[in-house]
Design a protein around this ligand. Structure first.
Ligand SMILES: [Zn+2]
Ligand SMILES: [Zn+2]
Length: 296
């Protein structure tokens, strides 16, 4: 389950096609594949996106910016349905040493890989990552593997800092602790709009700020002069596209570890309860969407 799913269920997601069942981080077993019968019964992961191949963004190979992008869990039924449908060419067998739970993290790993492609080369640089959720911890591991001089995370939640430590990563509780040695490249993996102006303030002058987290329609007031006075470069990262083979390679080679990022599994029947929490709003949306999709 991804934070974006909550935004999707609250109805505030750009480019979603309602009604839809969420779920874009997944692994599964193939039930039918007329064009690739050898895959039937095989545990797989897959690239959930299909681009139109016709628009001017596709012509530039910028498939994730395709004007008519079709994506599992956003524009077509996602993995919280009991069955989902995806082009067979997008599938890859799940490596034998990976669990299905770990397989679910390959999609966010593709996002993290795309963030590394968008950012300047991290080799020999000081890298900061704000937010030690799944994406933040994946970016941090890639930055280490990419030869960054220093990689440091900022994360207020103690449990997440402990997971970072388990992965051999350094994490502090607050951004101001970076002041003494400001990172040259900062990745914002929080999805919290209010973090953006604060993060810019702790990026070293001349450095780069890479915005990965999705903050929906949330707004924040900032002084554009922060970017101007520090001569910062700001990069947006929407999603990965076509990184799946690279992601599998990063995991199989041991450069990226996924297991510590996964919490205990829950049955699909618990899905509504997990979403509900103390805020009933997303729960109501789920009922509406579920009924509209004919799932009761
Ligand atoms: Zn996600
Ligand atoms: Zn296109």
């Amino acid at each position: 389950m991804c934070g974006t799913d909550l935004r999707l269920l609250r109805g505030g997601l750009h480019d979603a096609r309602y009604p839809v069942i969420p779920g874009h981080e997944w692994a599964g077993r193939v039930l039918a594949a007329p064009s690739r019968p050898e895959l039937v019964g095989v545990a797989v992961v897959g690239d959930g996106m299909s681009a139109c191949g016709q628009c001017h963004m596709c012509a530039r190979d910028a498939y994730n910016l395709c004007a008519a992008l079709d994506e599992v869990g956003f524009t077509r039924q996602g993995a919280f349905a009991e069955v989902l449908c995806i082009p067979a060419a997008n599938l890859r067998p799940l490596p034998g040493n990976l669990s299905g739970m770990e397989g679910c993290l390959l999609e966010p790993l593709c996002v993290a890989l795309h963030a590394m492609e968008r950012a300047p080369d991290v080799t020999g640089r000081t890298v900061g990552i704000i937010g030690a959720g799944a994406v933040g911890l994946l970016v941090a591991q890639l930055a280490v593997a990419g030869g960054a001089k220093t990689v440091k995370l900022a994360e207020p939640v103690k449990l997440r800092r402990q997971i970072a430590a388990e992965l051999g990563l350094v994490a502090c509780a607050a951004l101001h602790e970076w002041r003494a040695d400001e990172p040259e490249i900062v990745f914002d993996a929080t999805g919290i709009a209010g973090v953006y102006p604060q993060g810019l303030q702790v990026t070293r002058p001349g450095g780069s700020y890479v915005l990965i987290g999705y903050s929906g329609e949330d707004r924040v007031t900032i002084e554009p002069a922060i970017v101007m006075l520090r001569e910062l470069s700001v990069y947006g990262v929407l999603s990965g596209y076509g990184q799946l083979d690279k992601a599998l390679q990063a995991v199989v080679s041991g450069a990226v570890r996924l297991a510590p990022l996964v919490s205990s599994p829950l049955p699909l029947s618990e899905y509504r309860a997990v979403l509900g929490g103390s805020d009933p709003a997303p729960l109501r949306h789920f009922f509406t969407i579920g009924r509209a999709a004919g799932l009761g």
